[in-house]
Ligand binder design. Structure first.
Ligand SMILES: Cc1cc2nc3c(=O)[nH]c(=O)nc-3n(C[C@H](O)[C@H](O)[C@H](O)COP(=O)(O)OP(=O)(O)OC[C@H]3O[C@@H](n4cnc5c(N)ncnc54)[C@H](O)[C@@H]3O)c2cc1C
Length: 415
């Protein structure tokens, strides 16, 4: 049965949900407070990475986070605050930093990322999209023996899970990147990963959705939600009131602010990250993570992107120049011939990752609101999990059997 569906938030999750909902024959409207050309879904590193099997909430991360609080150029920064939402999130995050949780999360992350990767290929072919997409894998570049040992161990786990990954020698690395000077001790190579130029995918998808009857209300902020019984009756934007049969909450880092209007308590924090682009030729052909610095390097269409940092410090788009400098310095430490220019650094942009406490997204209906599907909390993996999330949202609203077990993603789950 065709339904009227309103999607709040048109980032990667909102657009992918619209795509599958429209294919199922629903009438779809996307409402977004932005111009739909900025934020996390545009500034990300473009990885479709089954390799990122280990959730952010892993043993030792909290300890590292506390140590890094005092280092202004650290890749992870958690700003301490006396705010109840933040304290609840921190408590739940800390509780999830266990070996048991990591073991449970690994197969879940693997499944949703592998399905998503296939769905991107499928959409690209079926819809004749032209966005840049490559299957070049991902290098984990290590400067120290200790980090290499850790990464070899992660690679062993990934291999056990059936992913195509191996440790490679410096000679093999030279063969893979013959025109790039690297100063590293060693690397692991995940052949299973893909990458893309994210704004190209977003443009292709927005055009496709418009051509197929999806309505867009852009620069329009959802300010309130009206409930009737245990269902949403309408949403109020700064311009109008919109009614619908079903609603999707995919407002990224802002999702918990809206969910509070419904009395829901989704634990979510914004994790800010930065990207610096260079159009100067770098000769880099394979995406890489600079393992100690936690900087992602991606050869995109016509430029190379350096992305990094996770600043959990409320919703804002302030640029912290010390962290921008840290990303740029890391680039030169690993690739001694690459020097990002002042102009490139001034062109930095940031985005907010919606970070759940256990490294898994929220996908599903909350028991307290019958016509609301929540799809958020993808943290560092929103692109990698985007298409499968959209498919699941459509299956939920169409009352079809979901392609994946939704229990690990349940918005009401306890931590
Ligand atoms: C530097 C960086 C690098 C990253 N690299 C990768 C990567 O390589 N691979 C990967 O998989 N992921 C990566 N990520 C994570 C990924 O980008 C995010 O998980 C993903 O973009 C989140 O998508 P989203 O649709 O949930 O949120 P968003 O893209 O933030 O979209 C949410 C939308 O909701 C709208 N909105 C919010 N509130 C309202 C309101 N009240 N009314 C109307 N509209 C509203 C916003 O305007 C926004 O457009 C990276 C992120 C960053 C910052």
């Amino acid at each position: 049965m065709s339904k009227n569906v309103v999607i709040i938030g048109g980032g990667i999750i909102g657009l992918c949900s619209a795509y599958y909902l429209q294919k199922e024959g629903h009438q779809v409207t996307i409402v977004d407070q932005s111009n739909l050309d900025e934020g996390a879904s545009y500034v990300n590193a473009g990885y479709l990475s089954p390799s990122h099997l280990i959730p952010l909430s892993a043993p030792g991360v909290m300890r590292k986070g506390i140590k890094w609080m005092f280092n202004p150029s650290s890749p992870l920064y958690i700003k301490p605050r006396l705010d109840l939402d933040f304290l609840r999130w921190t408590w739940a995050f800390n509780k999830s930093c266990t070996v048991k949780h990591v073991k449970k999360a690994i197969p879940v992350i693997k499944e949703i990322t592998l399905i998503s990767q296939d769905l991107y290929r499928d959409i690209r072919q079926k819809e004749n999209f032209s966005f840049h997409f490559e299957d070049k894998g991902l290098l984990m570049l290590c400067k120290t023996e200790k980090m290499l040992e850790d990464e070899v161990e992660v690679a062993r786990i990934a291999k056990q899970e059936g992913l195509d990954v191996s440790e490679i020698s410096l000679e093999e690395l030279k063969k893979l990147e013959p025109n790039v000077k690297l100063d590293v001790k060693g690397a692991t190579y995940y052949k299973c990963d893909s990458h893309m130029t994210p704004h190209e995918f977003m443009s292709d998808m927005k055009l496709h959705l418009k051509q197929n009857g999806v309505h867009f209300f852009i620069n329009e902020k959802v300010e309130d939600i009206e409930l009737k019984g245990n269902k949403i009756f309408s949403i109020k934007t700064n311009k109008q009131i919109i009614t619908a049969d079903e609603f999707v909450l995919s407002a990224g880092s802002w999702s918990n602010l809206l969910s509070q209007k419904l009395g829901l308590k989704i634990l979510l924090q914004a994790g800010k990250g930065y990207r610096i682009n260079t159009k100067n030729p770098t000769s880099i052909t394979i995406p890489a993570i600079l393992a100690e610095a936690k900087v992602a390097v991606t050869p995109m269409n016509g430029f190379t992107r350096f992305a990094g940092t996770m600043e959990i410090a409320e919703i804002n788009h302030n640029i912290n120049k010390v962290r921008v400098e840290a990303i740029s310095n890391a680039a030169t430490r690993y690739y001694p011939e690459i020097h990002l220019t002042t102009q490139e650094k001034e062109g930095v942009a940031c985005g907010l990752r919606p970070v759940s406490p256990d490294g898994l997204p929220y996908i599903g209906k909350s028991s307290t609101c019958k016509n609301l599907t929540i799809a958020t909390g993808h943290a560092m993996m929103g692109l990698s999990m985007g298409t499968a999330t959209g498919m699941l949202v459509s299956e939920i609203i169409s009352e079809k059997k979901p392609s994946l077990n939704l229990v690990p993603f349940h918005p009401d789950r306890k931590f």
